[in-house]
Design a protein around this ligand. Structure first.
Ligand code: DCP
Ligand code: CA
Ligand code: CA
Length: 357
C-alpha cells in the first residue's frame, strides 16, 4: 500500500457535500439559453408587482439586485422589474434531480440526499486521502456538467457540518477541501450562524452574553460545555462540539423504498359506500398479512372513477410495525375523501403500504 493509500490515520472520516448552483434558475437557463446573462427569477407570477407568493430562487445576475429566495415576489419585481420571471416547473426539476443524483450515486452508494439539489457522500472507505476525495469531487462535477450541462459546488472535510461550510465557500462552480488540521482555524473566524441550529434567536442570546454585535465562533469558544448546556439545554452541548468544528452525525443512507399493495375492480361501477368500504377493508387485510413483520411508514389509497380518472392520496407516519386496525384508521379517511369529493361512481380502489427498510 502506498503512503497516499494509507487509511485516514486518526480514523477520521472523509465527507463530501454537493449542492447545485442556483438550481431551479440554472435549469431554466439551460432550457432557455436566450435568458443566459440576464436576471432571472423563478417563483410566483409577479403580476406587474401586484402578485402574491414568493421567489423560489434566482440566478446570480438577479441576486445582484438584492433578490433572494423566499422574498415576496412583489418585492423582487420592485428590485428588478426587467428581470425574466418564470413559474416553478417542479416536475422538470424533480426529473433533473433524479438523474443528477443517479450519476452521483455511481461514485458512492453511501449517499444521503438532503433536498432536490443537495447530498452528502461518505467517502471514508473509498479514499485514503483528502487529495483522492478532491479528485472524486472533480470527476463528479465533470460528469454532471457533461451529462446535464449544469454546474454544482462541492465541499469536502472531516464531517457533514464542515463539508457543507466548505461547499458554501466554494460557491458557485467551485470545489473546496478543508483538511482536518485547517478545520478549527477556518470555523473560528466565521460568524456563529454558520453552526447548524444557530438561528436568529440563538444568535441574539449569544450576542447579549458576549456583548458583541456580530459574534464569531472564536468568541463563543470561551464558554464551557456546562455553560452552554445551562444557556441552551441539550443543544448547548452540541454547540460546544460544533464551535470546535466537530460533528459526529452520520451520513444516513437511504434504503430502497418498497411497497406492497392490492387493487379491486368492481364488477359494476358503484357509489355504495358500504360496499366500497367493505371491499376496502378486505384489501387492507390482505395487504396487512403480506406486510406482516415489516415496518410500515405510509399508506396510499387509489381510486379510479367510472370515467377512468384515477387519483391517489397518501399519508405517512413514523415507521413501525402496526396492526390492521391502525392501517384501517389511516386509510379510511383517504377513501372517504374520494367518495365525498366527487359524484362519480367508483370503478376501482387500491390500498398500498410503503415499507421501511
Ligand atoms: N428553493 C425554494 N425556496 C427557498 C429556497 C430554495 O423554492 N426559499 C428551491 C429553489 C432552489 C433550490 O430550492 O433552486 C435549491 O435551494 P438552494 O438554497 O440550494 O439555492 P440555489 O440552488 O437556488 O442557489 P445556490 O447557488 O445559492 O445554492
Ligand atoms: Ca443550491
Ligand atoms: Ca441546496
Amino acid at each position: 500500500m502506498t503512503s497516499s493509500k494509507r487509511k485516514n490515520k486518526k480514523g477520521e472520516r472523509v465527507i463530501l457535500h454537493i449542492d447545485m448552483d442556483y438550481f431551479f434558475a440554472q435549469i431554466e437557463e439551460r432550457e432557455n439559453p436566450q435568458f443566459r446573462g440576464k436576471p432571472l427569477v423563478v417563483g410566483a407570477d409577479p403580476k406587474k408587482g401586484k402578485g402574491r407568493g414568493v421567489v423560489s430562487t434566482s440566478n446570480y445576475e438577479a441576486r445582484e439586485y438584492g433578490i433572494k429566495s423566499g422574498m415576496p415576489i412583489s418585492r423582487s419585481y420592485k428590485l428588478c422589474p426587467d428581470a425574466i420571471f418564470l413559474p416553478v416547473n417542479m416536475d422538470l426539476y424533480k426529473k433533473v434531480s433524479e438523474r443528477i443524483f443517479g450519476t452521483v450515486k455511481e461514485f458512492s452508494s453511501k449517499i444521503e440526499r438532503i433536498s432536490l439539489d443537495e447530498a452528502y457522500l461518505d467517502l471514508s472507505k473509498k479514499v485514503g486521502s483528502f487529495k483522492e476525495a478532491e479528485n472524486i469531487g472533480k470527476k463528479i462535477k465533470e460528469k454532471i456538467f457533461e451529462k446535464e450541462n449544469l454546474t454544482c459546488s462541492i465541499g469536502i472535510s472531516k464531517n457533514k457540518m464542515m463539508a457543507k461550510i466548505a461547499c458554501e465557500l466554494a460557491k458557485p462552480k467551485g470545489i473546496r477541501v478543508i483538511t482536518p488540521e485547517k478545520v478549527v482555524g477556518i470555523i473560528s473566524e466565521m460568524g456563529v450562524e454558520v453552526v447548524p441550529g444557530i438561528g436568529p434567536k440563538t444568535k441574539d442570546k449569544l450576542r447579549k452574553k458576549l456583548k458583541k454585535r456580530d459574534p464569531k465562533v472564536r468568541d463563543a469558544q470561551i464558554f464551557s460545555k456546562e455553560e452552554l448546556i445551562n444557556f441552551f439545554g441539550k443543544r448547548g452541548g452540541e454547540f460546544y462540539e460544533k464551535f470546535r468544528g466537530k460533528d459526529s452525525s452520520p451520513v444516513k443512507e437511504e434504503r430502497e423504498v418498497k411497497t406492497i399493495g392490492k387493487e379491486h375492480t368492481f364488477q359494476q361501477d358503484t357509489k355504495n359506500p358500504r360496499k366500497i368500504t367493505s371491499i376496502f377493508k378486505q384489501l387492507i387485510g390482505d395487504v396487512y398479512r403480506q406486510a406482516k413483520g415489516r415496518k410500515v411508514k405510509g399508506v396510499t389509497v387509489t381510486c379510479r372513477y367510472e370515467d377512468f380518472e384515477t387519483h391517489t392520496k397518501q399519508t405517512s407516519f413514523p415507521a413501525g410495525e402496526y396492526d390492521e386496525r391502525f392501517l384501517i384508521k389511516k386509510g379510511t379517511p383517504l377513501l372517504l375523501k374520494f367518495l365525498t369529493q366527487s359524484n362519480k361512481k367508483v370503478r376501482l380502489i387500491g390500498f398500498r403500504v410503503t415499507l421501511y427498510g
